[in-house]
Design a protein around this ligand. Structure first.
Ligand code: GTP
Ligand code: MG
Length: 359
């Protein structure tokens, strides 16, 4: 799974990116090309399991974060969308608009003034236009092909594309259109931009921390039907905080009045947007978090570990997270009556500890 940080130039994307990364050096902050970081997802539940098993290694779930250089002012003093930019955006499973609200005279804004709502609207409009152009092309193409081909798929696709086009024409992003699962599959290869789950992350000045809740509510009330989640962050101080030890970080966050770090907010929101959850496997070799879709059954979850586990699935031993941490092993959970043997149809719950039986 990959999320993309998208926005205008100098909105704080790379600064935020560096608060997320645990490995890269902060020295490359001004780098201009796009970069991808695999971000380890902190998980207290996994930490607890590791303290029980003391395994050779702990493997956290990860998510890929793509830092895309922002749109800048071109020679005619306008900010223009480029095809290179659009194709970088298309590559992601979910988007985070990184929107500037901080003021700093030494950092120019490509549109020369600070106006978060205008910047959000700019991105939404450009992406909507890109989807409209694609859908229009697709309709033309289907019309031609449908005459030559007996493919039923095209006949199913046409009304769907028309429905999407009509929705976009009303200036509404596709993420606010109800599309059923099968139709989504038909669209999945097209990478429509306004269909991607969206969070709008607004980069505020540190002196806004106390009023940020009402500022966010204000933005939410003005962006209308965007179907987006809106979250605040404070790139500049959070970058400073991210260099401190975990203990110092929480002390400083308390001092500043920051309730949750940008890292934690971004990861939590990504999981929500993408409909993801975790399950765990445990043992003396490794304790590990795995990422699955929310409605995955036991067999699908097994397939994430290994395709053989999917094909040769027999049963899954399952213990809920709290129960496992309370009792500390599958055997003790058995004695306590909280161990279950489930078939392939079992819908895995967030935090479940699984042991897959296969032949
Ligand atoms: N005062 C202040 N400066 C910030 C903040 N966030 C970022 N900056 C500064 O703004 C400049 C641009 O930040 P970047 O994070 O590189 O911006 P970007 O969005 O990655 O820019 P592009 O990659 O060019 O699109 C840097 O000098 C940052 O130090 C902030 O919250 N407050
Ligand atoms: Mg950057």
């Amino acid at each position: 799974m990959q999320i993309g940080l998208v926005g205008l130039q100098f909105s704080g994307k790379t600064t935020l990116f560096h608060t997320l990364s645990t490995t890269s050096s902060h020295a490359q902050a001004q780098k201009e090309e796009a970069s991808i970081e695999i971000v380890k997802i902190p998980d207290e539940r996994l930490d607890k399991l590791t303290s029980i098993f003391n395994p050779k290694k702990q493997v956290n779930a990860t998510i890929e974060v793509f830092d895309i250089p922002g749109l800048r002012m071109s020679e005619d003093n306008k900010v223009k969308i480029t095809s290179a930019f659009l194709s970088s955006v298309r590559n992601n499973d979910a988007l985070f608009y990184i929107i500037r609200s901080f003021t700093d005279d030494s950092v120019p804004h490509p549109m020369n003034s600070i106006n978060p709502l205008r910047d959000i609207e700019f991105l939404e409009t450009e992406f909507l236009l890109s989807d409209l152009a694609f859908l229009e092309n697709r309709m033309e193409k289907i019309k031609k092909e449908i005459l030559k081909s007996k493919d039923d798929k095209l006949k199913r696709e046409m009304p769907l594309i028309e429905k999407c086009y009509a929705h976009c024409e009303k200036e509404l992003p596709l993420r606010t259109l109800h599309i059923d699962e099968n139709d989504l599959k038909l669209l999945s290869g097209y990478q429509l931009l306004t269909l991607k789950p969206l969070a709008i992350a607004i980069n505020y000045d540190e002196d806004s921390i106390q009023n940020v809740d009402s500022m966010i509510e204000d933005v939410k009330s003005k962006i209308g039907k965007s179907g987006a989640v809106v979250i605040p962050f404070f790139a500049k101080i959070e970058l400073e905080l991210s260099k401190l030890s975990i203990e110092d970080q929480s002390a400083f966050m308390q001092d500043y009045g920051i309730k949750e770090s940008a890292l934690s907010k971004i990861l939590r929101t990504s999981y929500d947007l993408l409909g993801l959850q975790s399950f765990f496997t445990v043992g003396e070799d490794e304790c590990r978090a795995w990422t699955i879709k929310k409605n995955f059954n036991a067999q699908q979850a097994a397939g994430v570990i290994h395709t053989d586990f999917f094909n040769r699935f027999i049963r899954a031993e399952v213990v809920g997270n709290d129960d496992f941490i309370k009792h500390g092993s599958f055997n003790k959970c058995k004695e306590a009556g909280s161990w279950r043997l489930e078939g392939k149809e079992y819908i895995v719950k967030d935090g479940d500890i699984l042991n897959i039986r296969h032949n």
